[in-house]
Design a protein around this ligand. Structure first.
Ligand SMILES: NC(=O)c1ccc[n+]([C@@H]2O[C@H](COP(=O)([O-])OP(=O)(O)OC[C@H]3O[C@@H](n4cnc5c(N)ncnc54)[C@H](OP(=O)(O)O)[C@@H]3O)[C@@H](O)[C@H]2O)c1
Length: 249
């Protein structure tokens, strides 16, 4: 490659903008570092704008930081209109977890999961894909293995992730004629704020950087299950008869 080719290459990539929603997530922050290293322009949107500002300054990343609340659906049109550039890539990383027990006792927690993982995601993504001036080329959603089969220990969180995964699956078909790619990251356990304090098997924990690499390097495949152990668990879960799923926690 000549130096002109390299300049053109860098210029080409510098034109790409990635919007991360729920950008203060540990996975999203790792993805910000990886996208920045590739020269992408970054719009990081989250409720915790101060934390994001500190993070990007610490890593010397020139990002646009915006306030975004997935559950505040009436704000989504104005949020999208306020974007300085219409993004080429959207990463939807917002996530919220309360236990099944807590969600049984207080519907607020269950409803918040529905809003953050499903209603809010559908709202903002629908706005983005119906913008005739939009530049979207790829949408990547952070979903979960909890959404693969209903299991008695975690089916309220799991069902919200399942709904999100199914939305993305249909969206991929719907957007295919427009050559917009859609990927879902079906993640197992990640060492992040969300799982801090939970007693999870150490040999199944994945680092946020590893999940972020799956996001940043997403290709044509719709379902991306990071980690070989989790790939095996995913396929077993998919194929297991219901009477055996019922024996799982
Ligand atoms: N951790 C796991 O084991 C695991 C497994 C499978 C899938 N996932 C999914 O992976 C994604 C990333 O999670 P993570 O592990 O990186 O956890 P995390 O660090 O706890 O990040 C979750 C982020 O979601 C943001 N969020 C929550 N409610 C929001 C709202 N109403 N509007 C906008 N943002 C909101 C939070 O923002 P604030 O910082 O402002 O509170 C938080 O930064 C999530 O979708 C999660 O469900 C996680």
């Amino acid at each position: 490659l000549s130096s002109d080719d390299i300049t053109r290459f860098c210029y080409f990539y510098a034109m790409f903008t990635v919007l991360l929603l729920g950008a203060n997530s540990d996975v999203a922050k790792a993805a910000i570092l990886q996208y920045a290293a590739k020269g992408y322009h970054i719009i990081a949107a989250s409720r915790s704008t101060n934390a994001l500002r500190t993070f990007t300054q610490q890593h010397n990343i020139n990002a646009t930081i915006l306030y975004f609340d997935a559950a505040d659906i009436s704000s989504h049109e104005a949020f999208y209109a306020s974007l300085p550039t219409k993004p080429n890539i959207l990463v939807y990383a917002a996530g919220y977890l309360v236990s099944n027990e807590a969600a049984f006792k207080d519907f607020k927690g269950a409803f918040q999961m529905m809003q953050v993982h499903y209603a809010g995601a559908v709202s903002i993504i629908n706005i983005m894909i119906t913008d005739p001036q939009g530049n979207l080329e790829r949408i990547i959603g952070l979903s979960s293995l909890s959404g693969v089969r209903g299991r008695k220990s975690n089916f309220i969180y799991g069902s919200t992730k399942s709904a999100f995964t199914q939305y993305l699956a249909g969206l991929r078909q719907y957007l295919s004629p427009r050559h917009i790619k859609v990927n879902v990251i079906v993640a197992g356990y990640i060492r992040s704020k969300m799982t801090a304090g939970l007693n999870l098997p150490e040999n199944l924990m994945l680092e946020p950087e590893y999940i972020a690499a799956a996001v940043v390097n997403a290709g044509n495949q719709f379902t991306i299950v990071p980690g070989f152990r989790w790939k095996a668990i995913y396929w077993i879960l998919k194929m297991l008869p219901e009477r055996l799923v019922a024996k799982l926690p």
